[in-house]
Design a protein around this ligand. Sequence first.
Ligand code: DQA
Length: 152
Amino acid sequence: MPDAKPIYVLNGPNLNLLGTREPEIYGRATLADIEKACAARAGQLGRTVLFRQSNIEGELVDWLQEARDKAAAVVLNAGAYTHTSVAIHDAIKAIGVPVIETHLSNPSAREEFRHVSLVGKAAKGVIAGFGATSYLLAIEAAALLANEGQSA
Ligand code: DQA
């Protein structure tokens, strides 16, 4: 599948600090480690990844809009914006590309304010609670959906 579209892996606020940020919750892998592992797994599945991180909500919205034409599927860890962002929810609804909500931790097992996911109300599905492995499971789901030609 040499001309297959990439899987976009989009990361929200504070995920640039992985490795040193609350490692008892998020583990010791850095975002660069996770990027490398995602690229390797996607490669095994005949896909490439385009991996980005931003602390800015609007930038994540712009990247989701870009994914509409350019991505086969999106793995999205929106960080804290998961729980607050109507703009990200609406962007997911708008693009017609399957989005997999992804988390290192399991927000449902944490504080009450993390139990609501506005991303989850628009996403195709959710993978959470497996640490860095959540990303690899999400890449597998994304590749499967992309190969089936599924839209959102
Ligand atoms: C997170 C969970 C969110 O609740 C939190 O705000 C994050 C990280 C996770 O990957 O577990 O920043 O998305």
